[in-house]
Design a protein around this ligand. Structure first.
Ligand code: 13P
Length: 295
């Protein structure tokens, strides 16, 4: 299928109370594992890319790989740019064919975050693609951004309401609710009450950042509470490296590269498929496609 915008895909997930897996791709093999894993389970999926990864491979190669892989499957796939605070990078992604982008102005004071997010909102609306925006400070490391545990801040409810009112067609909103990027060192303190308050006041699907390491009960509560996009990056990176290292340990004399690539692919795909099942989005592609076609 051609790449689609994240907005209808997440509206469907919000209504159906399931989560769409949003995986941070690393290379062609990783994008393949995400898209083919989703296709095998008939699940819609989001392939997202960090700014660092886009800059490493180039805009056109990344968009080309994902578009080509999406064309070979029959499930909805969106290509999304993860945390970005550089409007020039966003414009280049839009030009290269991304179907949604995240503007992350969460480090800015409220008014500046709002003003810059609105500037990007105008661009994404004009291009007919989706936008994700963030409020509060999600802890941990993502790309080149590090938020120390003591600096992580829950989103302010009144600010969330005022922010989203200005952007009614936001594809997905990312308020900090106590989850963090990277492996958790202790038990995450998820502010379910804040999530409930936000979703009762704002009719926009919510993004759950920091998906790696959450358990099934936490996923279930967050998804039931309105999280329609669930981000996984750290575990995918782990599978990428582990898939290679494990085979090298098992067969130290193996010099042929393709079995290593296959081993990485299988490790990443197995994780993608297990998370899709955990988020309840398996077998949701046919209904999502039918509803989108009828709109
Ligand atoms: P993890 O690194 O915890 O999987 O979170 C990913 C994420 O939220 C990307 O924005």
């Amino acid at each position: 299928m051609p790449l689609i915008s994240m907005r209808p895909l997440l509206k469907q997930a919000q209504a159906g109370k399931y989560g769409v897996a949003a995986y941070n791709m690393i290379d062609y093999n990783s994008a393949r594992s995400i898209i083919e894993g989703a296709a095998q389970l008939e699940a819609p999926v989001i392939v997202q890319v960090s700014v660092k990864t886009v800059k490493h491979w180039g805009y056109k190669p990344v968009a080309g790989w994902v578009r080509m892989l999406a064309d070979t499957v029959d499930v909805p796939v969106a290509l999304h740019l993860d945390h970005c605070n550089d409007i020039e990078v966003i414009k280049r992604c839009i030009d290269a064919g991304w179907t949604s982008v995240m503007f992350d102005g969460s480090a800015l004071p409220f008014q500046q975050n709002l003003a810059k997010s609105l500037e990007v909102y105008k661009l994404t609306e004009a291009a007919g693609i989706g936008l994700e925006a963030e409020m509060g400070a999600i802890g941990g490391v993502e790309d080149d951004k590090f938020v120390a545990e003591d600096k992580a801040l829950l989103a302010n409810f009144d600010e969330c309401v005022a922010f989203c009112k200005e952007m009614p067609k936001l594809a997905v909103f990312a308020p900090a609710i106590g989850t963090a990027h990277g492996f958790y060192k202790g038990e995450p303190k998820i502010a379910y009450d804040l999530l409930a308050k936000i979703t009762s006041a704002i009719d926009i699907p919510i993004a759950l950042h920091g998906g790696t390491g959450l358990n099934q009960e936490q996923f279930d509560r967050c998804i039931a509470g309105g999280c329609a996009k669930v981000n996984i990056s750290t575990m995918h990176k782990h599978c990428f490296i582990d898939g290679f290292v494990k085979l090298k340990q098992e067969k130290p004399k193996l010099e042929e590269p393709l079995p290593f690539i296959q081993s990485q692919y299988e490790a990443m795909k197995a994780d993608v498929m297990s998370m899709i099942r955990a988020f309840g989005s398996d077998r949701k592609a046919p209904a999502a496609k039918a509803t989108m076609a009828a709109q």
